[in-house]
Structures are given as C-alpha cells and as structure tokens.
Design a protein around this ligand. Sequence first.
Ligand code: HEM
Length: 406
Amino acid sequence: MPTTEANAELPVFDAEFVDDLYAKYREIRSETPVQRMVTPQGMQLWVITRYEDARNALTDPRLAKDFRRTGEIMDRMDRDGGIRRPFNSALNEQMLNLDPPDHTRLRKLVVKAFTARRVENLRPRVEQIAADLLDAMSEHDEVDLLDAFAFPLPIQVICELLGVDEERRDDFRQWTNTLLDASSAEATSQAGAAMAEYLVELIAAKRAEPADDLLTALIEATEDADRLSEGELVSMVFLLLVAGHETTVNLIGNGVLALLRNPEQWAALKADPELVAGAVEETLRFDGPVMHGTLRHTTEPVTIGEVTIPEGELVWVGLASANHDPDRFEAPESFDITRDAQGHLAFGHGIHFCLGAPLARMEGQIALRRLAERFPDLAPAAELDDVRWRFSTLIHGLKTLPVRLK
Ligand code: HEM
C-alpha cells in the first residue's frame, strides 16, 4: 500500500512529465530502468523503460490485462476514492482488457470481420475524405491542423466504417475526449454511459437494416457457432471507435509537428513522396500517438534485470521510452524518415498487437502525402517550442497545431 511519504521519493506522472516526456524517460531509463512511479491520483505503478524489457513484457503471460483484476488492484490502492477508472465498466469487456482464452475468442471473431480486404476497400474513400478536407482548408491562410485535418479525417473514416450517423460525430469527439483525458470520475462515467446508450441504439438499427459495413460483419461474425454477445458488441464497437480515431489523429498531428521541426525531412518527403511510408513509421517510433505506455498487472512475482516486481502490482510498459532506447535505435532523438524504424513498439507487440495498424498506416500515409503535395509551403503559425500536449496517460497528442498554409 503506497504512503504519501513513500510516494514523495518517486517520479510523478503529471502534466510536467508529459510535457517533457522523452527527457524524463531518458533519465529513468539510464538510472533505474524498472522502477515505481506515481500517478497524479497517488496510485503507484511500475514502469518498464528499456526496449528489450518492454518487448519481453508484452509477450509475458505473467503480465496480464484482465480488467476485473486490474480493478481490484486499483481498489486496494484507492484509499481516498480519487482514482479515476480508465473506462466505464459497461465498456470494459473488450479484448484489449482481457487475457487468453477470453481475448483469443474475441480477437478471432473480430479478425473475421475486420479483414485486410475491408481496410483496402476503404482506400478510395480515405483519399476522397482527405481531398475534401484539404479543399476546405485551402480557403484559409492559417488553420489549426488538428481541427481542420488530423481530427476529422480518422473520425470520418472510422464512423463510416462502422456506420455512425454524421450528426453524432461531434458528440463522439466530446465523449472520447472526456474518456481519454484526465477528466473527473463523474464526467468520465457520464460520457461512458452516453456513449454506451448510443451504441446500443446503433447496433439495434444495424440489426434491423444490415449493410455492407464492419458493424454488420461484427454482428454476423461467427466461429464454431460462437458469436459476440450484445454486451461484447457494444464494448467492441466502443474500442474500435476510440482506438480508431484518437490514435490516428495524433499520428497525423505528431507527424506534421516532427516534419515542421525538421524542415530538411519535410523537403525530403516533398521531393520523394514514396518516403511517406518511412515518415509514418518514424513518426510512430519518434513520437507515437497513443499510449506512451500500456497497462498490465503481475499475476506472480516477475524479475526484470535486478528488480523483482511483486504479484498483484500495476505495470506500465513504456512504449514511448522503449522507442527512444539508444540500445535499440541509433540516435533515437533525431527524426529521420529514411531510417529503418521497424521493430518500434508503437502498435504494441504480441497477442494484443494493434488490430487497426493497417488502417492507421494507410490513413497516416495518405494524410502526410496529400498534405505535402497540396501545401508544400506549410509552416508553423506559432512558436513550435510553445506547443502544449494533452494531459492523458493513454494518448500522446497536441492540444492545437496552428499552421500557415501559403
Ligand atoms: C491495440 C496503438 C490505431 C484498434 C493497440 C495497442 C497499441 C495500439 C499500442 C496494444 C495495446 C496493449 O498491448 O496494451 C495504436 C496506434 C494507432 C492505432 C499507435 C494509430 C496510429 C488503431 C485503429 C484501430 C485500432 C485505427 C481500429 C480501427 C485496436 C484494437 C486493439 C488495439 C482493437 C486491441 C487488440 C487486442 O487487444 O488484441 N493499438 N492503435 N487501433 N488497437 Fe490500435
């Protein structure tokens, strides 16, 4: 049980940490690569910061995800009732929060519906949505790149993929913002409830009127006479909607920021648009958009190097830190779209490896390529040193990114 006194010695995962993420992680990685940290709510967790350790942790079954056990561990620490649960419990029952065999079962069903062909079939739509947004931007001299482009592109894609009505998309932005940022427990639970209610309606409508879309495919997906229950469908659609847009928004936002900060890389991309695949991989490595870390808990004591993490503790696998480990990536703090960034952990690793990676890569590549073609003179409209990051333990994204287009 953590005490305030014991916590005083430990690094705190707060807004200041997030604003200086890589330098803070560098310090921890070089001094005590596996160590305890404290969340702003006073909850202790262990952080794993080296690449090798993080990669191994992601395939170690003793580092588990089951949300019920995670909840119990949080309850044990939650002496003051101040710890914010990551999500509304009705939406927790999805594969990202479960271990085998539950995880295996759900993932199998979803993979049947969310196929490579379904993603590839979306390509012309993604191109069209990007082109329309860029057209709308060209009427202005300056825009917030997040509002005008990075946000609407992936949300439109994931909403079309699942069949969410156009009028509800702003609600979605609000709900997911509340759920992912460090909002109050009450706001989080209200947003979760509103979203769950809407998803139930959406699924009922789709059952009544099946279409050629992912949601219909999820409803109809079967495996050995098994299918998703109503509750599992709601949680799954929730996971896809949240994972499918907040992440890709920040892939685009963080990518453009890195390109603006490194004009020679922007010039290289404009000169050779084929470099865009490398630009996306390097963005994922250099400044990954989601989950600078991902949560696990120990089901038994786990020894990493010289440290033994006891059973029943929360563990944060530091994806962002791992991607900046100089033992794995040379000159990790330079952004180089021609480097081989393969092996980065931005999409995770092992059984939970991101199911949406092909879609995210496609969207990121189309976004950066078309932006470079359309606005080759893109420049920051404010001091880049002053950019502010959203404070969240789940996502790593900017609050705004003002740019000049001409
Ligand atoms: C899982 C990152 C986009 C759906 C994950 C995990 C990471 C991740 C790190 C594993 C977490 C863990 O091991 O705890 C990203 C990044 C994205 C992105 C960086 C964008 C650049 C997407 C998209 C979708 C998606 C577009 C869907 C439309 C999922 C799902 C899982 C997942 C369903 C859970 C897989 C499982 O538990 O087996 N993602 N994601 N992601 N992602 Fe993504």
